[in-house]
Design a protein around this ligand. Sequence first.
Ligand code: 2P0
Length: 329
Amino acid sequence: TKVLELRVEAEAVAPSNIAIVKYWGKRNTELNLPLNSSLSVSLDSLWVRSKVIFDEGFERDVVTINGNKLSDGEVKDYAGKVLDIFRNFYGRRIYARVESSTNFPSSAGLASSAAGIAALVIASNEALGLNLSKRELSKIARIGSGSACRSLFGGFVKWNKGELENGEDSFCEEIFTPDHWPNLVDVIGIFKEERKKVSSRSGMQSTTLSSSLLKCRLEFVERTFGEVIDSIRTRNAKLFFELTMRHSNSMHAVILDSWPPLNYLNDRSFRVMEWVAEFGRAGYTFDAGPNPHIFTLEEDVKEVTEFLESEGAVKVIISKIGKGPYIIS
Ligand code: 2P0
């Protein structure tokens, strides 16, 4: 007689996040242990929904994003790392099918891996009935993809770099709630561009190996981290915008200092940087991609939006600070 095979499933939603203090460089590539602590906000307009099905009858992990199947290599490097950890908890080899969907077009050049991994971690914990804490879950998400650990929370999130070699103290926490700064807005310009050629993962490895400015950047992050937190605590917009821009510049400076040549900014990025700095009531930040995120206060959203449109943005997404992930019952 055939023994019944276990099959459990759950579905969760998690927000994308954008870093103010950026993560760039690892001290351990296996566990995604960062060289510096980082700070992000969770975005309420950009989210990913992940459904996971664990079934003892499956023979390998299969992951689709917006209906497109990932290659085995892509699965192994991201979701597979997370699924391996849950398999260990479960104590048996049990494979999964993961279906993720984004509420924004995947062609928009907006990273979805952080939110997708975060949603997968929340869903897996639920499906297997493990009841792990958010802190523990953020460590699991971190192993899938560094920035994913920040999408385990809403509001303003700090990822503590930690000191330990095993990563047990490298986790995230919400430092201010989603409603802490209600009139703060992220205005995201979407530009038509081919996908970035160098992934963040390999770009940050290259910077770690070759940039001699990286040491100065790490000192800068260390020195100004408290100031960034204070600017948020006191809702000091002018200071927050300034520090947001300086932290973006600092990351892109060490990227430009990397060898072989590496750069994620283009002519338009520099025009955006100039306009925003001149405007005086907003702050830009750029990830390893073409889309500027411009933080501003509600009353200035219209002017910022019009500027992005005048620069040829095909779409402008306006996002407030959002809540953390949740289970869909
Ligand atoms: C960040 N980025 O703090 C920085 C700023 C992009 C620029 O974290 O190798 O996908 O999976 O840990 O998290 C993007 O890199 O890299 C990123 P892995 P990840 O958001």
